[in-house]
Design a protein around this ligand. Structure first.
Ligand SMILES: Cc1cc2nc3c(=O)[nH]c(=O)nc-3n(C[C@H](O)[C@H](O)[C@H](O)COP(=O)(O)OP(=O)(O)OC[C@H]3O[C@@H](n4cnc5c(N)ncnc54)[C@H](O)[C@@H]3O)c2cc1C
Length: 301
């Protein structure tokens, strides 16, 4: 991640400011504010703003006038109850605004999460930087043979070198052509909104992304999951660390019930009951398909 000296100065200036407020603040988030945390080769995530804390969740659930007299244990217990029983709206009382720099092909997956507010860097108005995501050698994999939507063995030797070379040279060539098409300072240069169509999907874009905690948890549940593509998962993992410092009770409940937990169908639950009685349950007598059984075994073993 290469931040220019000017960008570093802007961040330092923002971080040097202190404002007085009656609003609840969280020290963990105050520490994160504005700092750019590197993700992938040129990307980052930084917190621009946030609203609410664990207390905002319990306050909303109780519709109380202030902090109330409930103990910290009660607060965590209530948050766990809300998470366990899918009471979503109290979590919507907390919001976070992030500045994210990410490759376009990652942005395309990310933008599918419609319940956020987004403002993206305009490549009609501005010129995109010469920055492309080039995977580290350990993340250049062959197509998976078991999962059509995944990757398998790491490519090695000549094949890895050949792929890396294609990615680098195509990216550079596309950018050279982009620059040459828009380079004319006079009237003859191609409009930026048109020139950008020739850029590859590994070029970096940036956006401000604001979302409430309930929908952020939904995003993290899907994108911090092992089935999510590595290149979006690393962003989700970085956000998880920030959220753990922001709303520790809510994050612990999320980790327990959603990230680390598993959902079971009535058929699967029945199999667990039969197993507890000592019955030999197999895929054939389980009532589950092979795929369901594989996932069931994955969850309980
Ligand atoms: C591993 C993985 C693989 C994927 N593969 C594909 C793929 O091959 N092709 C593909 O197209 N997508 C794919 N997706 C994207 C996926 O289908 C969802 O679009 C994405 O995860 C966003 O989820 P969401 O709609 O629940 O989130 P959000 O848009 O944040 O919505 C949250 C919830 O709000 C409600 N909601 C929001 N907007 C509406 C609306 N307009 N109408 C009704 N309800 C709404 C829904 O209940 C929704 O679940 C994949 C996602 C993952 C995690």
């Amino acid at each position: 991640m290469a931040l220019s000296d000017e960008q570093k100065e802007e961040i330092a200036a923002q971080r040097s400011q202190t404002n007085q407020t009656r609003r609840a603040t969280v020290q963990g988030m105050e520490d994160h504010l504005y700092t750019a945390y590197p993700v992938l080769d040129h990307g980052f995530i930084r917190v621009i703003d946030y609203m609410g804390d664990d207390n905002a969740i319990t306050q909303a659930a109780r519709v109380s006038y202030g902090k109330g007299t409930k103990s910290v244990q009660n607060d965590e217990g209530l948050i766990r109850y809300l998470m366990r029983h899918w009471h979503s709206t109290p979590f919507e009382m907390c919001e976070i605004k992030l500045h994210v720099k990410l490759p376009v092909f990652v942005a395309r997956q990310w933008i599918r999460h419609r319940t956020a507010n987004v403002n993206e860097y305009s490549a009609r108005y501005s010129i995109l930087d010469r920055e492309f995501y080039i995977p580290a050698p350990e993340h250049i994999n062959a197509q998976s043979v078991i999962n059509n939507q995944g990757r398998g063995q790491v490519l090695e030797g000549e094949e890895a070198a050949r792929v890396l070379d294609i990615l680098k040279t195509d990216s550079e060539r596309s950018y050279d052509n982009y620059e040459s098409m828009i380079s004319d300072e006079g009237q003859n240069g191609l409009a930026r909104e048109l020139a950008r169509m020739n850029l590859p999907a590994n070029i970096y874009t940036q956006w401000y992304w604001k979302v409430d905690l309930h929908n952020l948890f939904h995003f993290l549940r899907l994108r911090a999951d092992a089935h999510a593509q590595y290149e979006i998962r690393v962003y989700a993992n970085e956000i998880c660390k920030i959220v753990a410092d922001w709303v520790p009770f809510a994050y612990r409940a999320f980790e327990d019930y959603r990230l680390g937990g598993a959902q079971m169908s009535a058929t699967a639950l029945d199999c667990v009951r039969r197993m507890l009685k000592g019955e030999a349950v197999t895929q054939e007598n389980s009532g589950m398909s092979k795929g369901e059984w594989r996932e069931f075994e994955g969850a309980i073993k």
